[in-house]
Design a protein around this ligand. Structure first.
Ligand code: AMP
Length: 426
């Protein structure tokens, strides 16, 4: 019988790597708390139409990457419906905002999430079919100031802080404005016209996009198309005065806060709901899949899925890619237990468990060996998993003086039991 393996595009996360995942999540939660964001946990599957309407039928995600199935009615009171594993979390957050009438509070909602997302993409390094995103959204009624460019700048400044605190050195913030729906429609017309004389020399995907959704031509990665794309008109020239002023205000707040950025006229993002500010943070350590995170404003999303007007801005970071970047930067500290307790002989095992309990209750991380192993073997095991070994034999138990060896320095010390906690914490 063939051995079973994790499904293509999914993987097991094992220790010690999971310690890094936990550290990233703890840092994110701490930073979100400082900016007064609260956590939301939405279901992992939703009605398919949420994504069709919220993310957009035309997008790669909805047109070919979703895990969708027919959920058959099990009782007369139920109806058969199409369900989808969430490919992203913004649509779910906005659905919850509408369902729980969070707009009625009149306040800005500042919400974050951490959790798995699912897309049937071609797996490669940094791209998986189950991956984890850490994201946040700021949305609310216009009266709460949800359209203010200061919200955009604050979210971007928070991201710069978070990446710095995670130890991700060398990130680049790329920024653009895709304007209002009307600006985009105007730009699409401009692009469509500009593409007519050149599209014949472009890839088949671009030939299709030039007709259906010219904006998507800017996403093309085919090398031969790049010189043509570089010469196309830029969206900045199609923005109306209000969209221009909004973007300028975002930039001047970032300048004041000292957050560095570069403008990228081609950054239009793969999701249809974006309006005005769009952004990506990239890192060269990631290779082809170089986006650490992406986001932007979505002033019409709530209405697109049947809710009240609720402008907002948000982002999603690929947690898998944060891990890869930190590993590439070798910013990953080895985590070892504070001590390994080695009982000398099986009869010392009960006393060793009692000692381990004492130390663990005092907050130390402790590995417990087994007196049935020879001391040499205990030393070898301890050296791999802990910073020090504490030897507990008959003599030590009687005298209350324990032998502790520190592996890094090689020094061996005699430590009275009453001082052991302080010594190991030192
Ligand atoms: P998106 O929701 O497409 O804007 O993606 C936001 C971020 O999620 C990206 O910048 C990536 O870091 C991450 N991401 C998206 N798709 C994947 C995937 N298939 N595997 C791993 N990370 C992903």
């Amino acid at each position: 019988m063939a051995t079973l393996k994790a499904v293509r595009g999914t993987r097991d996360l094992l220790p010690p790597e999971t310690a890094l995942w936990n550290r990233i999540e703890a840092t994110a939660r701490a930073v979100f708390a400082r900016y007064n964001f609260g956590e939301i946990r939405t279901p992992i599957f939703e009605d398919t139409s949420l994504f069709a309407r919220g993310v957009g039928e035309e997008t790669d995600i909805v047109s070919k990457e979703m895990y969708t199935w027919e959920d058959r009615a099990r009782a007369q009171s139920e109806k058969t419906q199409m369900l989808t594993l969430r490919p992203e979390n913004t649509a779910g957050v906005v659905r919850a905002y509408i369902e729980h009438q969070l707009g009625e509070t009149g306040q800005l909602q500042k919400i974050y999430y951490i959790g798995p997302q699912f897309r049937r993409e071609r797996p490669q390094k940094g791209r998986y079919r189950q991956f984890s995103q850490i994201g946040a959204e700021v949305l609310g009624p216009t009266s709460a100031g949800s359209e203010s460019p200061l919200r955009d700048a604050e979210v971007l400044e928070m991201l710069a802080t978070l990446l710095d605190e995670l130890g991700i050195k060398g990130w680049v913030l790329e920024l653009n404005s895709v304007g209002s729906a009307a600006d985009r429609a105007r730009y699409n017309d401009t692009l469509r016209a500009a593409l007519v004389p050149v599209v014949g020399q472009m890839c088949v995907d671009c030939q299709r996009r030039a007709v259906t959704n010219p904006l998507r031509v800017l996403d093309c990665k085919v090398p031969a198309d790049q010189p043509i794309i570089e010469k196309l008109p830029v969206i900045a020239d199609s923005l109306d005065e209000a969209s221009k002023a909004h973007f300028d205000a975002v930039l001047s707040s970032l300048d004041a806060a000292g957050v560095p950025y570069t403008r990228n006229h081609r950054l239009v993002r793969g999701l249809d709901y974006y309006t005005r500010t769009t952004f990506e943070f990239t890192h060269s350590g990631l290779g082809a899949q170089n986006a650490l995170l992406g986001g932007g404003r979505y002033d019409g999303l709530s209405e697109a899925i049947g809710g009240p007007k609720a402008p907002g801005i948000g982002f999603a970071m690929g947690e898998d890619r944060l891990v890869l970047t930190l590993q590439a930067l070798e910013a990953v500290a080895q985590t070892k237990a504070d001590a390994f307790i080695a009982p000398l002989g099986e009869n010392m095992n009960p006393a060793a468990l009692a000692l381990a309990r004492e130390l663990r209750r005092d907050g130390l991380s402790v590995d417990l060996g087994d007196g049935s192993f020879r001391l040499k073997k205990s030393f070898e095991t301890a050296d791999k998993t802990a910073r020090r070994i504490v030897i507990l034999g008959e003599d030590e138990l009687q005298s209350g003086i324990l032998t502790v060896k520190d592996f890094a320095s090689g020094t061996q010390s005699k430590v009275p039991r009453g001082e052991l906690v302080a010594f190991l914490k030192g």
